[in-house]
Design a protein around this ligand. Structure first.
Ligand code: KIV
Ligand code: ZN
Length: 510
C-alpha cells in the first residue's frame, strides 16, 4: 500500500503573517471548518501564547473541528501552557514547539549558544509532552544550521518526546536538491527505523521554490507537508497547498503517495482565502489562477476541443472550479438557494440566507444569467459579515469629468434612517466621505480592489476594501452589478467591523 502524506495547513498562523493580513475570529472558525471539509490532517490554528486573539482562535477552532488542531509555542513555559489550555477541547491536539537554531539567529536574535538552545528544546518538549499527547518540534532556519547541530538537536527532540520533526526552510534559501538531501539525511540519521516519528517539510517561497522543495522533501522521505492556501505567508509566502496536492496527484507515478484531501474543495477554499485576506489570486497562478484553464491560441483551442488532454494535465471540475453554468433563476426559492450554496460549500445561517436570498432576487432582476460564480460571490459577501450597526438604505451621486463629485447616502441604524451628503475626488470617495459623516468616525481607505465575478456587461462586481481608523484596519466586501453600490457596501462592511472592534475594546487585533 502507498504511503500517506499528512497535510498540515498553516494559513491561519503563518498565512496570517502575510503583510497587511489579519483574520477575524469568525472568519478563522469558518475557514477551519472548510479546511476540515478539505481533508487536511492538522490545522495550525494560531500561536496561543502570542495574543488574546490567537488564544481565542485556537480554543474556538478546537471546539469547531474534528481534525487535528495545533498551536505554535516558543520554548517558554508560558507559551506551552497557553497552547495546552487553548487546545483543551481539541479532539486531536498538538503543541508545536520551535526555536531558531542557525548561527545568525542564535547570535543576533536569541543571544544563546548551542548548548543553551539544546537545553531549551529538551526542557520545552518535555513540558509540552506532559501536557499534550502529540508534540511537534521545528528548528527554525534549519536549512542554514550546521548539520551536526541539526542531528544533535532533532535527536534530542525525539528523545524528549517529539514525534513530528518539522524542517523549516524559513527564508526559502535551500535549493531543491539540498533540501531533499537534508530530508534524506535526517531520515537516515534521526528517524531510522522508528515508525512513530515522521519528518515534515515547511518551505518558504523567497526564491519561488517553496512547492518544488516541499515536493522533493516528500519524495525523499518526509510524510507531513506544511503549507497554506494560495501560498499566503510571511514575505513571498509559504508553499501553496493546492499546488502540492495537484503535484502529488498528477505525478503519482513519481511520488507514489496517498493523501486525505478532497480536491473538489480546493477552488472554494482558495476563493475564501483570497476574500478573507484581500490578497487576490494572480491570473497566472498555478491550479487556481483565473488563466489556469484558459486556452488563448487557436492551435491550443483546436487541440483542447479535440481532446482536453492535449493541453490540460488536470480537470478544472476535479478542483471544484465552477464551469459557468446557469444554476438558479428568477423562480428559484430560498430552499433551492440554501441547497445550492451548500453544494458550493457555504453553510449559511438563517440570517445569512435571508440576506443572500434578497441579494439573489435583486440580481435575477438585474442580470440575465445567474451562475455558480455569482452565487459564490453573494455567499462570500454574507459570510464576511454584512451584519452590523449600519446598513445601506439608498444613495445618489452627482458626478462628471469636469466637476467635484457629490454623494448623498442614507444608512439605516436600528429604526432610524440617517442621511448625509459630502463630496470627493470621484463618486466612490464622495460616498465614503458621506458614510464617515453618518458614523462620525474619520476613516481612511488603505486599499481598494474591484473584481468582475463573471464576464459580460451585467457582471457582478466584487469590491474589497481595507479601511483604517487609527490603529484598526478592517477588510470589507461588497457585491453588486453597480460598481458604486458594491464599493459603498464594502466600505459600510469594513466600518461596521471597525465599530464592532471598538465596542469590544480591541486595539489592533482584527
Ligand atoms: O518558517 C518558519 O521557520 C516557521 C516556524 C515557526 C515553523 O514558520
Ligand atoms: Zn514559516
Amino acid at each position: 500500500m502507498a504511503d500517506k502524506v499528512r497535510f498540515f495547513d498553516t494559513t491561519l498562523r503563518d498565512g496570517e503573517q502575510t503583510p497587511g493580513v489579519t483574520f477575524h475570529l469568525n472568519e478563522k472558525v469558518e475557514f477551519a471548518r472548510r479546511l476540515d471539509l478539505l481533508g487536511v490532517d492538522v490545522i495550525e490554528a494560531g500561536f496561543a501564547g502570542s495574543s488574546k486573539g490567537d488564544f481565542e482562535a485556537v480554543s474556538a477552532i478546537s471546539r469547531a473541528v474534528k481534525t487535528g488542531v495545533c498551536s505554535l509555542s516558543r520554548c517558554t513555559e508560558a507559551d506551552i501552557r497557553a497552547s495546552a489550555d487553548a487546545l483543551r477541547d481539541a479532539v486531536k491536539p498538538r503543541i508545536h514547539v520551535f526555536i531558531a537554531t542557525s548561527p545568525v539567529h542564535r547570535e543576533a536574535k536569541l543571544h544563546m549558544d548551542r548548548q543553551q538552545v539544546l537545553e531549551a528544546v529538551v526542557r520545552s518538549i518535555t513540558l509540552a509532552k506532559s501536557l499534550c499527547p502529540e508534540v511537534q518540534f521545528s528548528a527554525e532556519d534549519a536549512t542554514r544550521t550546521e548539520l551536526d547541530f541539526l542531528y544533535e538537536i532533532y535527536t534530542a527532540a525525539v528523545k524528549a518526546g517529539a514525534t513530528i520533526l518539522n524542517i523549516p526552510d524559513t527564508v526559502g534559501y535551500a535549493t531543491v536538491q539540498e533540501y531533499g538531501d537534508l530530508i534524506a539525511d535526517l531520515h537516515a540519521k534521526v528517524v531510522g527505523h522508528r515508525t512513530d516519528v515522521i519528518l515534515s517539510t515547511h518551505c518558504h517561497n523567497d526564491l519561488g521554490l517553496a512547492v518544488a522543495t516541499s515536493l522533493e522533501g516528500l519524495r525523499r522521505g518526509a510524510r507531513q507537508v506544511e503549507c497554506t492556501i494560495n501560498g499566503l505567508g510571511e514575505r513571498a509566502g509559504n508553499a501553496a497547498l493546492e499546488e502540492i496536492v495537484m503535484g502529488l496527484r498528477t505525478r503519482k507515478d513519481i511520488y507514489g503517495l496517498e493523501d486525505n484531501i478532497n480536491p473538489k474543495q480546493i477552488y472554494r477554499i482558495s476563493r475564501l482565502a483570497a476574500g478573507m485576506s484581500g490578497m487576490e489570486v494572480p491570473p497566472g497562478k498555478a491550479v487556481v489562477g483565473g488563466n489556469a484553464f484558459v486556452h488563448q491560441s487557436g492551435v491550443h483551442q483546436h487541440g483542447v476541443l479535440n481532446n482536453r488532454a492535449t493541453y490540460e494535465i488536470m480537470k478544472p471540475e476535479e478542483l471544484g472550479i465552477p464551469q459557468g453554468s446557469m444554476v438558479l433563476g428568477k423562480l428559484s426559492g430560498r430552499h433551492a438557494l440554501r441547497e445550492h450554496a451548500m453544494e458550493l460549500g457555504f453553510q449559511l445561517t438563517d440570517h445569512e440566507l435571508n440576506r443572500a436570498f434578497a441579494k439573489f432576487k435583486e440580481l435575477c432582476d438585474r442580470k440575465k444569467d445567474v451562475t455558480d460564480r455569482d452565487v459564490m460571490a453573494i455567499c462570500r459577501e454574507q459570510m464576511h459579515g454584512s451584519v452590523g450597526a449600519y446598513s445601506m438604505n439608498s444613495f445618489q451621486i452627482f458626478s462628471g469629468n469636469k466637476m467635484t463629485s457629490t454623494a448623498t447616502v442614507s444608512l439605516q441604524k436600528d429604526q432610524d434612517i440617517i442621511t448625509r451628503a459630502d463630496c470627493g475626488e470621484g463618486p466612490v470617495e464622495a460616498c465614503f466621505h458621506a458614510v464617515d459623516q453618518i458614523t462620525k468616525r474619520k476613516c481612511s481607505l488603505e486599499s481598494y480592489q474591484l473584481r468582475a465575478v463573471t464576464e459580460g456587461e451585467d457582471a457582478l462586481g466584487e469590491v474589497t476594501v481595507r479601511v483604517r481608523h487609527n490603529d484598526l484596519v478592517m477588510l470589507g466586501k461588497g457585491v453588486s452589478t453597480d460598481v458604486i453600490e458594491a464599493s459603498l457596501l464594502a466600505y459600510i462592511n469594513a466600518v461596521n467591523r471597525i465599530l464592532e472592534a471598538l465596542e469590544e475594546g480591541a486595539e489592533k487585533d482584527c
